[in-house]
Design a protein around this ligand. Structure first.
Ligand code: ATP
Ligand code: MG
Length: 592
């Protein structure tokens, strides 16, 4: 490993390069900033998704690379949509994504901790991931608003929301000044105080910046800075009944925390002049933060906006935010996707200014790469069919050596029991196989992985003609070290010993949507894949009774699996299929 920023069990991330990193590097050389501080600012109105992972990897990655810091900030200025559950899930998800990578990516309480402002301070991950809250700055933001009013840059407007909208004009029609635009500073200050004191109902008044109602940029047409909302806030309770708008709160929160580079997605490019305008008009710390934009991640066969994900949850189209089919970080984690795979995916797609659809195959590739490297191998069958080895003594059990991970000799070996009664997968037997079928067939031979060569002597069927048992004989000299072990046999299949195997429900997941752009027609729910979850009762080698949640295993020749900690019960394990070993989607869905 060339990079030491991760634990031994995870692969090293490459050092990426992109236009934002180029800007950061140039700013350091030019002396624009002494210290690089980025931030990841989620609004706690939903769970984080893989698009957020891109932003986390970018912001924490830059901090790491330039010996800087990255703050997590709850962008919590909208009391009605935000909840503590979301705050907690965000913390857990960021921690999971960057732990093992994060000990060097430190954040700090820049706001309260002026002694070390901007300097990387060694802290443990817990401390590093303690979030900031924009709502902690409500008093400072209010004070800044008062300064804007005093300087004649803001006024209280009594237009209704509908009138405000109408007066704003459109991109090719200039707006119209509000009749309240020229109130005196005294009157504005008084009204702002009374707004804060709760004297007016929701929607009756706003604080607006006084910029230019004819600006070609609609965001500069006297944008609303504060609105009245008599609502309980998850963090500040009933302390406030006026709340700052995103554009006012964001640039000032960045400034308060000493952020150097405020990185957001392209939709905010048009907000940038307002970001700069507010900071220019106020006596903020120098150097001021600056905003930079990159293209958001859009992933094939996925919807990404929190609003749509919330709909899937509320309408019970999935089992929750952490349903393993969801593109949320918690869903991917529950499904068994390693954090390193997600990070490597984020690095591999790069950072650009062009919006485009990322092929979900890139994510799947990153998952398989990482799991192939780190996952221990196990034997198990998903669709069991019984095999009796007729010449193997009844009651005899052998413990055979099986390799844990051919990619990692240090992972060693384990013992798997072999006995007279086995299960193999239904797919590994065909009564009348096509040419080049090298698995088991009547009269044919196949090698059982780590064990003997067997020959199918008899096919037993039930009344309905279904194959229920294969009676086979083993070449008892053919196991490793035996006299006939070198015999060449074309096919090798997996198996488990029937009396020793554990039974487990395995959930086979497929893509949640059937088309690459589920929301292209604005009706993403009509594109849900009805076969996105199939359950089978599998038989797994006994060591998987001790499978640990958070660890992925490769069922040889089949798939990667991870224990579902939430739905498993003592003696009744449930496993999630993280991903198949090969990409079978193209084959199955684009026939002909
Ligand atoms: P959504 O539109 O999914 O609801 P959002 O942008 O409203 O997302 P926030 O909680 O405001 O979500 O986002 C936090 C940070 O994550 C922001 O800096 C935002 O730019 C970034 N982010 C959100 N979605 C994506 C995405 N798809 N790709 C890259 N970055 C994203
Ligand atoms: Mg947002």
């Amino acid at each position: 490993m060339s990079n030491t920023n991760c634990t031994n069990s995870e692969s090293a991330a490459p050092v990426p390069s992109d236009f934002i990193r180029d800007i950061v590097a140039a700013d350091l050389v030019a002396g624009k900033h002494q210290h690089i501080i980025t931030r990841f600012p989620p609004e706690p109105n939903g769970y984080l998704h893989i698009g957020h992972a891109k932003s986390i990897c970018l912001n924490f990655g830059i901090a790491l690379q330039f010996n800087g810091l990255c703050n997590i900030r709850m962008d919590d200025t909208n009391p009605t949509k935000e909840e503590v559950e979301y705050v907690e899930s965000i913390q857990a998800d960021v921690r999971w994504l960057i732990a093992g990578w994060a000990d060097q990516v430190l954040t700090m309480k820049a706001a309260g901790d002026q002694s070390g402002a901007g300097l990387p301070v060694a802290r443990n991950v817990d401390k590093a991931l303690e979030p900031f809250y924009a709502s902690d700055y409500f008093q400072q933001l209010f004070d800044y608003a008062v300064l804007l009013i005093k300087a004649g840059h803001a006024y209280i407007c009594d237009l209704t929301p509908e009138e405000t909208e109408r007066f704003r004009g459109s991109p090719d029609h200039p707006g119209q000044n509000s009749p309240f635009r020229n109130r005196s500073v005294e009157e504005n200050l008084q009204l702002f105080d009374r707004m804060r004191a709760g004297e007016f109902p929701d929607g009756t008044r706003t604080l607006r910046a006084k910029i230019d109602m004819t600006s070609p940029n609609i965001w500069l047409r006297d944008p609303v800075l504060y609105r009245i909302r008599h609502a309980e806030h998850h963090h500040t309770g009933s302390q406030w009944c006026i709340y700052p708008m995103y554009d006012f709160a964001h640039c000032l929160s960045d400034s308060i925390e000493g952020i150097s580079h405020s990185i957001c997605t392209l939709e905010f490019e048009v907000h940038r002049p307002l970001y700069d305008w507010i900071l220019e008009k106020l006596p903020v710390k120098q150097p001021r933060p600056r905003q930079f934009e990159f293209a958001r991640l859009s992933l094939g066969y996925t919807v990404m906006s929190k609003r749509k994900l919330l709909q899937l949850v509320q309408e019970k189209l999935v089992t929750g935010w952490d349903d393993p089919r969801m593109p949320t970080i918690s869903g991917l984690r529950r499904r068994g996707v390693p954090a390193a795979a997600l990070r490597n995916f984020c690095f591999s797609i790069g950072v650009t200014k062009y919006n485009g659809l990322t092929d979900v195959a890139l994510l799947e590739y990153a998952i398989r790469e990482e799991l192939n490297r780190q996952a221990q191998r196990r034997l198990g069958v998903l669709q069991p069919i019984r095999v009796v080895v007729t010449n193997y003594p009844e009651g005899q059990v052998e413990e055979l050596d099986a390799i844990n991970n051919p990619e990692d000799p240090a992972a060693g070996t384990r013992k798997v029991p072999f006995s007279r009664e086995l299960f193999i997968d239904r797919d590994d037997f065909m009564e009348t196989p096509p040419p080049k079928y090298f698995r088991l067939r009547p009269g044919g031979e196949v090698r059982l992985k780590y064990a003997y060569i067997i020959k199918c002597d008899e096919v037993v069927k039930d009344a309905a003609g279904q194959v229920v048992e294969l009676r086979c004989s083993a070449d008892l000299g053919s196991k490793t070290g035996g006299p006939t072990s070198a015999r060449k046999i074309k096919g090798t299949i997996h198996w488990v010993s029937a009396p020793h195997a554990i039974e487990a429900e395995v959930r086979l997941y497929d893509r949640l949507f059937t088309v690459p752009e589920p929301d292209a027609d604005g009706d993403f729910k009509s594109n849900l894949n009805p076969h996105s979850l199939e359950r089978v009762m599998a038989r797994l080698e006994p060591s998987l009774a001790r499978a640990e949640a958070g660890t992925c295993y490769q069922l040889e020749r089949l798939a990667y699996l991870t224990l579902d900690a939430k739905d498993s019960q003592p003696g009744k394990p449930v496993f999630n299929r993280t991903i198949t070993l090969k990409d079978t989607w193209a084959k199955e869905h684009h026939k002909g």
